[in-house]
Write a protein that binds this ligand. Structure first.
Ligand SMILES: Nc1nc2c(ncn2[C@@H]2O[C@H](COP(=O)(O)OP(=O)(O)OP(=O)(O)O)[C@@H](O)[C@H]2O)c(=O)[nH]1
Length: 848
């Protein structure tokens, strides 16, 4: 069978239908070419659908797991430029903002690549030189989010309620909806069934025409005019190869797999069924096995499963029903059969006028043409009528209007080229229409969807680039700081340790010097320190000697207190200097922007705490008082301690000291100088106490030294006669003289005696850790100094480590952002590439 599609139009300049649908090329086109073109386009679309679904799913996953996709909004960026360049720029430049951040706008360029395909990139220096594209679309078609709440609400007002992620969720939902829609589109593209409605005037030969197409006399001809059944002819392959009739029960939707929706009948009963169902608009499904090859068969053509619907002849009653039927979306093609003898009746005109509104192109079969004598006149008249009824059909009349004799086509072995032409044209028309009705909307949708994906990718690429740049900028600032901190950490710690050590040691050694000097002076009967607040009492005379000794003791103790106070003051100065140096270290090592220690060091607050007595110490109370610097207002409060203030006889006459002086040739024994008199109550000592007591009883205070010296000399003289004679008066005179001497010496000797004793007492006060007065205080002061310095250095270390940690975290965060942004840039770039690839391979926007 010849398959030439347009043999008469090999050189035809216009082939509007074919041109319109992109299925026609230069020269003669065979129906196979159209079939092939259709199949190719269908396959390309199915692949494009699968690939698009793939990238939509990837977007959702990426949006969910890796990058919150930002939803861009574009508006034209108007600039005060010359009118020419303004018109150029208007379509090029867009102001890009994001739904979650409408205040921040970036100027971008929207470039057209393929039809309806745009890319977005930031403004560059060369932008001005680029070609203008007035049609460049820069808004979303498919993935548009309706972010407006009402007529007066703007995106801005809504955004306050929408987080970035909420918009990303909305976008995700939109993508989800789009995925579902693409699923439906896939089914639509893959659905190979196509319905051809055959209708026309009563008795025009519709059934004969359908039989001719089937090359079988299946449809009953010469039925009563009131036959109202719609006979839908399908390939038997759709019914497991069984030829039969399915009589569809009224008011149910037919399902071939659901027996309850139809009644089966053999083909032989078709005529009877059609006859029975007069006046009822029934639908009958006919399954026929077409034995012809796919290239010959219309029903089983290997490309689409065409089903033919033999509609009732048009009359007043059936007109409306048939018109409604023809309007159905699933009807791809309406074939109108008109008898060449009768032309178009009123009903036919009415139907065609309506149908041409729905379907711009109609396939018209002018039947029984062989019977017409003046064929040219008939052809002319019919075409004129068609021109009136369906102008578009008339324009493509060569393809769409066929003058045939259907009855003759049923004759076996009789060549019928005009019917063959019709058949080829009808098949091509079905395919072209199908391409237009099924493939074109899918192609448009995919193209728009991919365009949206590219817009989204372009905008998000800009966001990622900006984020990457910002992160890099921050990293360039923070990383060196962190590096410096890491490198400086050790030397800072060393510096702090040294400062602490130096401070504590310095305070200790200074205190030792100060206190040792003071104690030495006190031992010599002088005030430990010279200060106007501590004065030496004046000697009140022999009668006030007791009080004098007490006052001297008190003054010396107070001067020692003052010395401790001085040592503490010195330590305060040392500590202050140490704290300042710690601050300097802070300035050196802490990076800018880190809060410095705001606490002010108060030296006066040092040494103000009372240390609790050591547990188990028998001298608990005493040691508590010793270290209670400041408790009495002066250092350690020695001058207020009753046991130290206690004045004894030995403050007046230090017999013990005198004995030692004498026995060691007037040199006090240095090794035993710290000995307490109470710890060595010698016999001599006791004797001297007795003599002392005697002299006191006699109303005179006699110095032990003088007294003992006297006794020694007196005993030396007793062996001499003359001496014995003069002994009594001499002894009396000596005693008187010595007594006078001692009394006169008291103002000088008391301070020394008291000083010595005070020094000894004080030295023994500090039993803690068996340390001396000086060492105990030096230790206490250095501890306090160390404590303060340590606190300051801990604070600095804390700040330093905190700042380092913070910067470390910041670096980590920025690095993560940079990593994410880099990945996003690559990902969106790849997305654009994939999207473009889909467009190109599916020829979206080109083949329509
Ligand atoms: N000579 C000739 N007769 C035809 C042709 N087509 C149909 N007929 C005859 O016209 C009569 C009507 O044919 P049908 O096919 O029943 O017409 P129809 O349009 O289906 O009729 P209704 O369904 O009743 O409207 C029959 O007697 C056919 O034999 C044709 O091409 N040439």
């Amino acid at each position: 069978m010849a398959q030439a599609y347009h043999p008469s139009r090999v050189n035809s300049p216009s082939n509007q239908l074919a041109n319109f649908d992109g299925l026609s090329g230069e020269g003669q086109l065979k129906v196979e070419d159209i079939q092939e073109a259709y199949v190719e386009q269908k396959d390309r679309l199915v692949n494009a659908i699968d690939a698009t679904q793939g990238i939509l799913r990837e977007i959702r996953t990426f949006n969910k797991n890796e990058w919150i996709i930002r939803y861009p909004q574009y508006k034209e960026a108007f600039e005060a430029v010359s009118p020419v360049s303004a018109s150029r720029r208007k379509s090029l430049r867009r102001s890009l903002s994001f739904a979650d951040d409408p205040a921040t706008e970036t100027e971008v360029v929207v470039r057209k690549k393929l039809q309806r395909s745009v890319t977005v990139s930031p403004i560059s220096e060369n932008t001005e030189e680029e070609e203008t594209d007035e049609d460049a679309s820069s808004d979303f078609n498919v993935l548009r989010l309706d972010l407006k709440l009402g007529p007066n609400s703007t995106v801005t007002s809504l955004v306050s309620q929408l987080e970035k992620s909420s918009i990303a969720n909305l976008l995700d939902e939109r993508i989800g909806a789009s995925l579902n829609h693409v699923d439906k589109l896939r089914l639509r593209v893959e659905d190979t069934s196509s319905k051809v409605l055959v209708t026309g005037d009563l008795n025009a030969g519709k059934s004969t025409f359908v039989n001719a197409l089937l090359r079988r006399e299946v449809m009953p001809v010469d039925q009563q005019p009131c036959t109202t059944a719609f006979c839908e002819v399908h390939d038997a392959a759709e019914n497991q190869g069984v030829e039969e009739v399915h009589v569809i029960s009224q008011s149910v939707s037919y399902d071939a797999n659901d027996e309850s929706t139809f009644t089966r009948a053999p083909l032989s009963e078709l005529e009877g069924i059609v006859g029975e169902n007069e006046n009822t608009e029934r639908i009958l499904k006919l399954y026929l096995a077409d034995t012809r090859t796919p290239s010959e068969s219309l029903l089983n053509n290997g490309v689409v499963d065409i089903s033919l619907i033999d509609a009732p002849g048009l009359n007043r009653d059936s007109l409306k029903t048939t018109a409604l039927f023809a309007r159905q979306e699933e009807i791809d093609v309406v074939v109108f059969v008109v008898s060449a003898e009768n032309h178009f009746t009123l009903s036919a005109r009415e139907f065609l006028a309506n149908a041409s509104k729905e379907k711009a192109y109609l396939f018209i079969v002018v039947n029984k043409f062989e019977q017409i004598k003046n064929k040219e006149k008939c052809r002319r008249l019919v075409l004129e009528q068609i021109k009136q009824l369906s102008p578009r059909t008339h324009e493509s009349a060569d393809d769409l209007v066929h003058f045939v004799d259907s009855a003759a086509a049923l004759q076996p072995y009789a060549p019928n080229p005009s019917f063959d032409d019709l058949e080829s044209a009808l098949r091509s028309f079905v395919l072209v229409k199908r391409s237009k009705s099924k493939l074109h909307p899918v192609s448009t949708y995919l193209n728009n969807l991919l365009g949206d994906i590219e817009l989204l990718a372009g905008a998000n690429s800009i966001v990622a680039t900006t984020e990457l740049e910002q992160a890099k900028e921050s990293l360039a600032q923070i990383k060196p700081v962190l590096e410096r901190m890491k490198n400086g950490r050790e030397s800072l710690e060393e510096g702090l340790e040294t400062l602490e050590e130096e401070g504590a040691n310095g305070a200790s050694s200074r205190s030792k010097v100060t206190l040792a000097q003071a104690l030495e002076r006190v031992g010599q009967g002088k005030l430990g320190v010279n200060d106007p607040s501590v004065s030496f009492p004046s000697y009140p005379g022999i009668l006030g000697v007791w009080d004098y000794a007490r006052d001297v003791r008190k003054a010396l103790l107070a001067s020692l207190d003052f010395a401790v106070h001085l040592a503490e003051d010195e330590a305060r100065i040392t500590t202050s200097a140490g704290v300042d140096r710690i601050k300097d270290l802070g300035e050196k090592y802490l990076p800018a922007g880190v809060e410095r220690n705001r606490r002010v060091f108060m030296p006066e607050a040092m040494f103000s705490t009372i240390r609790k007595a050591n547990k188990g110490s028998t001298k608990g109370r005493r040691s508590s008082a010793v270290v209670a610097g400041g408790i009495y207002g002066l250092g350690i409060g020695l001058a207020q301690q009753s046991e130290l203030l206690e004045t004894t006889f030995f403050d007046l006459f230090d017999v013990h000291h005198q004995v030692w002086l004498h026995l060691s040739d007037g040199q006090p024994d240095k090794t035993n100088k710290d000995d307490d008199e109470s710890s060595a109550p010698t016999a001599l000592g006791l004797a001297s106490v007795g003599v002392g007591a005697l002299t006191m009883v006699g109303g005179q205070a006699v110095g032990a030294k003088g007294f003992i010296e006297g006794i020694i000399r007196v005993t030396d003289l007793f062996g001499n006669e003359t001496v014995r004679k003069w002994a009594a008066p001499v002894l009396g005179a000596v005693t008187i003289g010595m007594t006078a001497y001692l009394i006169l010496e008291l103002p000088n000797s008391i301070p020394k005696t008291v000083g010595r004793r005070v020094r000894t007492s004080v030295l023994h006060l500090h039993g803690e850790d068996d340390l001396s007065f000086v060492d105990a205080h030096a230790l206490r002061i250095s501890r306090e100094t160390r404590k303060v310095l340590r606190l300051a250095s801990w604070d600095l270390k804390g700040r330093f480590n905190g700042a380092m940690e913070e910067r470390g975290k910041e670096v980590h965060v920025k690095e993560e952002i940079a990593k994410k942004a880099t990945r996003a840039m690559e990902w969106f770039g790849e997305l654009c590439r994939k999207s473009e690839e889909i467009r190109v391979s599916a020829r979206l926007g080109i083949d329509v």
